[in-house]
Design a protein around this ligand. Structure first.
Ligand code: MG
Length: 381
């Protein structure tokens, strides 16, 4: 089995775990081709070690089951009934190898990502080092792009695109669905001829819609994300054959096995690696290594997530294997009140600078976790 390329040499002992369910309203609803969410319903995982160090992670599926079958309720059940008892049975844990143990429990990638993220954070804080150091990654600023949902009118969409371009984001991703595709892309191109632009269909089309993608192919898009169903590998390969624009796999790329099928069927030239969807940082590092060795371009996506998971995603996104801007955005892009300090910010040139400090460099503010609390559960070894 391949191993995660990291600088981890010791193990940690977990004494207790606290789950914090939080609900934080979005600044604007997030509408994609198959549903809308208005708040972030997230599970913050706090692991406390025998040395008294708290490590934080986040299980962050989308509410409703329209991105994947994982939801906040299903992740909560998996964590409380299966994963936490499974972890607490182990006297000592090496965070970079914990993904191997997690593979013994099939499914539930988002819950696994939440628990594993807390272990990485606890380890980095124990060693007084940063997460990117554990990944063997040189610290750098992370190029950020913005993701924009579906609106009622093209005018509203253009206004939102302009708003975020003015803020400095390095590229824009817009959600598309049937009847909200060619016309909106043409309008964006008319207003922003040289904008780095991605469209994301969230699997809303079939190969019968090939003509739509052939038209979109004329707009100099950076990529077309997940045009077809997650398991339509053969059809995606057929579609890619007709297009000069690279296809990007999101929902399709949920495991190393899926990545292998993508490569074999030429179903994508780029992979959006989401820590949540693949089950944690360890799996994400392995996906990056496998994708790059197969010649695929890579970048770090998000659900979006609160500052806890986003900050961990930023440390991953510093890896030189990623060659497109991340979807991780400023805290205030989505949330009325993110739980980390400092807030994640994007500079005028579209870069996110990660603060120095042990772990992610961002602190979780307990008063905010309590202010937005929707439940708590405690477990002791
Ligand atoms: Mg996507």
């Amino acid at each position: 089995m391949s191993t995660t390329p990291v600088n981890v040499h010791r193990s940690i002992q977990v004494k207790s775990i606290v789950l914090h369910r939080v609900r934080i309203p979005f600044i604007e609803p997030f509408r994609i081709s198959n549903g809308t969410v208005t708040e972030k319903d997230s599970i913050l995982t706090e692991v406390v070690t025998a040395d008294g160090v708290s490590g934080w992670g986040e299980a962050s599926p989308m509410s409703g089951s329209f991105y994947s079958s994982d939801t906040p309720d299903s992740s909560w059940c998996t964590l409380t009934e299966r994963l936490i008892p499974f972890l607490l049975e182990r006297p000592r844990i090496e965070p970079h190898r914990f993904y191997e143990a997690l593979r013994e429990v099939p499914g539930d990638a988002f819950a696994k990502a939440g628990l594993e993220g807390a272990l990485w954070d606890a380890y980095a804080k124990t060693e007084q080092t940063s997460l990117c150091d554990l990944f063997g990654v040189t610290r750098c600023a992370v190029a950020s792009g913005v993701a924009i949902g579906i609106f009622d009118s093209i005018e509203e969409l253009i206004q939102r695109v302009r708003h975020f371009v003015d803020q400095g984001y390095q590229r824009v991703k817009v959600k598309i669905q049937p009847q909200w595709d060619i016309e909106i892309v043409a309008a964006i191109r008319q207003h922003f001829p040289s904008l780095s632009l991605i469209v994301d269909a969230n699997a809303a089309y079939t190969i019968a819609d090939k003509a739509i993608f052939c038209e979109l192919d004329q707009f100099d898009l950076m990529m077309i994300e997940q045009p077809l169903a997650a398991d339509a590998f053969g059809e995606a390969g057929e579609l890619q054959h007709y297009l000069k624009t690279p296809l990007c796999a999101d929902e399709s790329a949920d495991s190393l096995a899926a990545l292998d099928r993508l490569v074999k069927q030429n179903a994508a030239r780029i992979v959006n690696i989401k820590v949540q969807r693949v089950g944690g940082l360890g799996e994400a590092l392995l996906m990056l290594k496998a994708a790059r060795s197969s010649g695929l371009g890579c970048w770090v996506g998000t659900m979006p997530e609160l500052g806890v998971a986003s900050s961990q995603g930023l440390h991953l996104a510093m890896h030189s294997g990623f060659s497109f801007p991340t979807d991780i955005e400023a805290s205030t892009r989505w949330y009325v009140d993110d739980v980390v300090a400092p807030l994640i910010e994007v500079d005028a040139n579209g870069f996110i600078h990660v603060p120095l400090g042990a772990g992610t460099g961002f602190k979780v503010l307990r008063e905010k976790v309590e202010r937005h609390s929707a439940g708590e559960a405690r477990f002791v070894a």
